[in-house]
Write a protein that binds this ligand. Structure first.
Ligand code: GLC
Length: 632
């Protein structure tokens, strides 16, 4: 086969040769039984060559710069924010004018929630894509995205976008053609003439949105067939056992890469392979597809990192970093969803033992990969860690989760939180939690009650939760609005396209008059904004916080305090957090356990020096306070 990339380019060929064996192996492992396996493999190679030829020269330079830095994304200097362009500032052009705002806060990495074309009503917040290559009109045009990317690149900012790999909207051209009876496109989806196979699948597949989209199949009257729809009934699952689907989506991945995407968020990768008799999640072939994508990206767009959005059980999440021969060769990033949920667990109970019990499952991440760490995102909070972790802390798993759900939905007497249950499964009573960071931390209720003390406490909680996720290792990803304490926004209830999905309560419409309050000293907005900004600033100065697989957990002998140690060369950073409303204490032992510590500890958060030697036995932690102690 001849690979035509125009002028010969050694870099491309060097990378191609380095990855070709793995690419061929993975592809044939997946598709060896397909009748057109060889011809489609040729298409794969052509896709790689075309992607590289089309890659703008500026991006090739950017790739080289990143390669020289080595694992550029492990850096402590990157802090992200995830936002809906329309709800944040209207459209892509306006976003270009907001770069100063991000700079002021210290954010240099933006995740634009889906902006590609998707129906207005049945859109799942943009995750039902009807054209993967056209920006939806309300956001602007593809040219606006390019201008924004260039502007961000000049400001040394990074860009993240989504590829919705698992499904398309029912309005996508492929789905439309399938409805019209076109066999080629019917084979792009899982379509069946009757309920026989769908019923067999349904026996073992869980339901993702049991209230609004029960079951996993939808009847399509136009072609008299059942199509697999794991998420909403308007999101048709793509059939990756068909290699042509893989090639189409690989080409789309390169389309995004060549727009200048630095991190590609692969939406819902756990679901991309289906097999009868299984739960159709986290299957080995899903990992092979991701590994194949990674090796291909490595050849033609090596500067683009991959984030696998696998919100699954802790030990399953870890596999998205690659296992065996592919360790650190699958996704560069995964969301630390386990840790995110555990923080909320500890905040509700004031007890950090479940958090500690889970660490063994998530600490063995391969070097060179990293987490996206976060407290809130556009989705719900799932309590997906394992029952045994809860039991190890001495609780009954069912009752414990029930308590957490009651606490965050505000049903539990005395709970300050104002959230709601999402996706309640009537059969199992499983549910997840919606609500903004501020409302779940009690700010909404405190403001409603005009309760000054409760406002103070909720601000402390917000900052402690953020600090806990900022320093644990990985790139922190703020969710827009949380940087200044937006509480729930209930306006979604008046919109028929959104009212059925309470995740919209924590996806605010930004009011820039309110945002001006970040400059009014003493206002709630200013206190949260300046605290968040200070945390980002501290983090970006401490190389020790980079993700060098340099995290150990402390056993502080106090169940209310979570503590971890970051170490690098001769430096140590002890991060300790009081998850209760009461003052509590630590002894010198918590620190000394990890080797000799000087008696003087400098706290980057308060700017004070502490000494907790033998004469000064206890370190008192105020309610919901934390310290970032550096020691040599
Ligand atoms: C991901 C998204 C979520 C969406 C789902 C289906 O989990 O984060 O918002 O509903 O995929 O695309």
């Amino acid at each position: 086969m001849k690979i035509d990339i125009g002028n010969s380019d050694n870099l491309f060929f060097t990378r191609f040769i380095a990855n070709a064996t793995a690419i061929k192996f993975l592809y044939y492992e997946l598709y060896k039984n397909h009748p057109k396996v060889d011809a489609i493999f040729d298409e794969l190679i052509d896709t790689l060559a075309k992607a590289y030829t089309d890659r703008p020269i500026a991006l090739k330079h950017r790739d080289n710069g990143k390669e020289k830095k080595g694992n550029w994304f492990l850096s402590n200097e990157i802090t992200g924010m995830s936002l809906y362009v329309d709800r944040f500032c209207g459209n892509l052009k306006n976003l270009g004018d907001k770069l100063e705002y991000f700079k002021k806060l210290g954010v240099n990495f933006l995740h634009l929630m889906p902006i590609m074309q998707s129906p207005t009503i049945e859109s799942d917040g943009g995750y039902a894509v009807s054209d993967f290559r056209k920006v939806a009109e309300r956001f602007g045009r593809i040219e606006d995205l390019k201008v924004l990317q260039e502007k961000m690149s000049q400001e040394k900012m990074y860009l993240m976008m989504d590829i919705v790999l698992n499904h398309t909207s029912n309005r996508h051209e492929w789905a439309q053609k399938a409805k019209e009876g076109d066999k080629k496109y019917q084979d792009y989806f899982y379509m069946y003439n009757d309920r026989n196979i769908p019923d067999q699948f349904d026996k073992t597949m869980p339901e993702i949105f049991p209230e609004v989209a029960p079951g996993n199949f939808t009847y399509i009257p136009e072609c008299n067939k059942w199509v697999m729809t794991v998420f909403h009934n308007y999101q048709w699952d793509l059939n990756y056992s068909n290699p042509s689907v893989f090639i189409e989506m690989l080409d789309t991945i390169f389309f995004y890469a060549n727009l200048g995407v630095d991190v590609l968020r692969i939406d819902a990768p756990a679901f991309i392979w289906k097999q009868l008799g299984t739960g159709c999640q986290n299957l080995p072939q899903a990992h092979s597809i991701l590994c194949l994508i990674k090796q291909c990206v490595q050849v033609s767009a090596p500067g683009m990192a991959l984030l696998g959005e696998a919100i699954v059980a802790p030990k399953e999440i870890m596999k998205y970093f690659g296992t065996g021969l592919y360790a650190a060769k699958e996704c560069d990033f995964a969301y630390n969803a386990t840790h995110m949920a555990l923080q909320w667990d500890a905040l509700a109970t004031g007890d950090t033992r479940v958090m500690l019990a889970a660490q063994h499952a998530i600490s063995q991440k391969p070097y060179g990969t990293s987490w996206i760490t976060y407290t809130r995102c556009h989705d719900d909070i799932g309590l997906g860690y394992d029952d045994y972790m809860i039991q190890q802390a001495g609780y009954n798993a069912y009752e414990h989760r029930k308590y957490l759900k009651n606490y965050y939905s505000g049903v539990q007497p005395g709970s300050p939180a104002m959230g709601a249950l999402f996706a309640i499964n009537p059969k199992t009573q499983d549910a997840r939690i919606s609500g903004s960071l501020a409302s779940l931390c009690g700010l909404e209720k405190a403001i409603d009650n005009n309760d000054y003390y409760a406002i103070e406490i909720s601000i402390k909680k917000i900052l402690m939760m953020q600090a806990h996720s900022f320093f644990i290792g990985g790139v922190p990803m703020l969710f827009y609005g949380d940087e200044l304490g937006y509480t729930n926004d209930y306006s979604y209830l008046n919109d028929t396209g959104k009212a059925y999905d309470n995740r919209w309560m924590h996806r605010p419409i930004i009011n820039w008059d309110k945002n001006k309050k970040i400059d009014e000293e003493g206002s709630i907005e200013e206190r949260i904004f300046s605290g968040t900004k200070r945390l980002i600033g501290i983090r970006s100065k401490l190389e020790i916080v980079s993700d060098f697989k340099n995290l150990s957990w402390l056993h502080p002998h106090n169940i209310h305090v979570a503590g971890y140690l970051r170490s690098y060369n001769d430096s140590k950073l002890y991060c300790v957090f009081n998850f209760t409303a009461e003052p509590t204490f630590l002894t010198w032992f918590a620190f000394k356990q990890h080797g000799p510590v000087s008696e003087k500890l400098f706290d980057h958060w308060s700017g004070n020096e502490f000494s907790i030697g033998y004469d000064n036995e206890y370190l008192i932690l105020e309610p919901y306070s934390f310290h970032l102690f550096e020691t040599k």
